[in-house]
Design a protein around this ligand. Structure first.
Ligand SMILES: Nc1ncnc2c1ncn2[C@@H]1O[C@H](COP(=O)(O)OP(=O)(O)OP(=O)(O)O)[C@@H](O)[C@H]1O
Ligand SMILES: [Mg+2]
Length: 150
């Protein structure tokens, strides 16, 4: 963790695709960081949902990914960049209930097709972009100051 003199915290996490044994670990660490620095509990809940769903999508669909957490006094920023198949139809992927999860994933309780819609609901700013065949980038911003708060 680096806390610069600009009052900014930044940390980078690597996520391994297909590794369900470590799945959710990054989100747990992020939650602990937020608790430690005294972030409001409603913000912690929203961030935990968003980071968990985003992390799981990398585990389920990509080869590998990097999650970058950045916190300033004004906003909490999660950026996920992965190397993987990408998403051909973003509008379809955003629909509640749409999922390409395998039977194996569904047996583990995933694949409701609710991850991306839930991330969007919990974010103040949400941007999903992808290059099919290369990978996917997801930007999530949650406001920490009173203005623009959900
Ligand atoms: N990082 C990603 N790379 C490639 N495809 C993705 C990625 N994230 C999501 N998708 C695609 O978008 C679909 C919808 O994702 P979403 O998270 O909403 O649902 P899900 O992962 O299928 O199910 P749930 O999140 O409810 O367990 C996925 O089934 C997958 O096809
Ligand atoms: Mg998902």
């Amino acid at each position: 963790m680096t806390m610069s003199d600009k009052n900014e915290l930044s940390q980078r996490f690597e996520i391994k695709g297909g590794d369900f044994s470590k799945a959710g670990k990054t989100s747990t660490i992020i939650k602990e960081i937020l608790q430690e620095i005294g972030i409001d509990s409603s913000i912690i809940v929203r961030t935990s949902i968003a980071s968990y769903e985003a992390e799981m999508n990398v585990v389920m669909y990509a080869q590998r990914g990097v999650l970058t957490l950045n916190i300033t006094p004004q906003k909490l920023y999660l950026k996920l960049e992965d190397e993987g198949p990408g998403i051909v139809n973003i509008d379809l992927a955003m629909q509640e209930g749409f999922s390409t999860a395998t039977d194996e994933m569904r047996e583990m309780g995933f694949g409701a097709g609710m991850g991306l819609p839930n991330i969007k609901k919990n974010a103040d700013k949400f941007k999903l972009s992808s290059t099919p065949g290369q990978g996917t980038t997801l930007d999530i911003i949650i406001c920490l100051d009173k203005t623009g708060k959900k």
